[in-house]
Design a binder for this molecule. Structure first.
Ligand code: NAP
Length: 247
């Protein structure tokens, strides 16, 4: 672990309100997992220079916070474009703790069989797809170690999130950390399916690919609010966190 001979278990005590919500939600039975949205952006709201490339924005300590938060969730969800751009491991490496189950939204099953997620035999990734995916792709990915679940499509032709979350709950996943990319972040926010936000704001300017766009269209829609938003500085990054108002 880079620069961390000693792990201070109180280091992320400020995030206790989220841990409490996670604990409460594990007892509640509301038909879907608790959803935490957590991503890193530049000061100008970019999550990448362009969507086909990865871009490291977080400081070391905010990266550790991300891994700490991963270890407290049952699953970690991303869109297929993030897999194709970054080939991420989606593990907990920079903090002690278990790695969550990876979940990928992938309507056409574009996930490559040699992706890093499929090279980790201990954590079978779940791929949420649709009837539009070729059957042979499903077979190939299952043989490569993935669990494939089929969900309906929504009015925009995307995997329907409201149907997907109960499917994940049936798999025993009671909390999900949604990390990106932009399309997935937007969709969860638009569908009002985010319970809690932890947003890392790095002191960088990129002018690149934005995390959130056209959320309040048509223009008379009220903005979404993080209730009693709190702020913490970690190695120069600002962490903004709090529950998202359901409105
Ligand atoms: N800074 C950060 O914290 C962070 C975190 C993660 C990713 N990223 C960056 O984000 C970029 C990729 O973002 P992106 O917006 O291009 O792609 P994305 O959000 O990773 O994936 C979007 C794709 O997922 C599939 N999908 C299926 N159902 C969906 C649904 N209900 N909602 C949303 N997507 C659904 C769609 O492809 P199909 O139609 O083929 O199913 C869609 O095009 C990369 O540059 C990556 O590095 C940054």
């Amino acid at each position: 672990m880079r620069g961390t001979a000693v792990i201070d278990p109180t280091e992320f005590g400020f995030i206790e309100p989220l841990l409490k919500r996670l604990q409460e939600s594990s007892r509640a039975r509301n038909g879907r997992p608790f959803v935490t949205l957590s991503y890193a952006q530049s000061l100008d709201g970019s999550i990448a220079v362009d969507p086909s490339h990865t871009c490291c924005l977080s400081s070391w300590r905010s990266l550790q916070l991300t891994h700490f938060l991963r270890s407290r969730h049952d699953a970690l969800l991303v869109g297929i474009n993030t897999i194709l751009a970054d080939d991420p491991q989606l593990t907990v490496r920079h903090w002690p703790g278990p790695s969550p189950r990876p979940v990928v939204l992938d309507k056409f099953l574009r996930m490559p069989c040699d992706s890093r997620l499929l090279r980790q035999p201990l954590r079978k990734p779940i791929i949420i797809t649709s009837d539009a995916a070729p059957v042979q792709h499903r077979q190939r990915l299952m043989e490569s170690g993935a669990q494939v679940l089929v969900a309906p499509l929504d009015a925009e032709g995307m995997v329907d999130l409201a149907s997907t979350l109960p499917l994940l709950q049936e798999e025993g996943l009671r909390s999900i950390m949604v990390e990106g990319g932009g399309c997935v972040i937007n969709h969860f926010l638009r569908e009002r399916l985010v319970d809690y936000c932890v947003i890392t704001i790095a002191p960088k300017l990129i002018g690149g690919f934005k995390a959130v766009s056209e959320l309040c269209q048509p223009a008379d829609q009220p903005p979404l609010s993080i209730r009693e938003c709190q702020y913490q500085v970690l190695d120069g990054d600002l962490i903004a966190f709090g529950p998202l108002d359901p409105a």
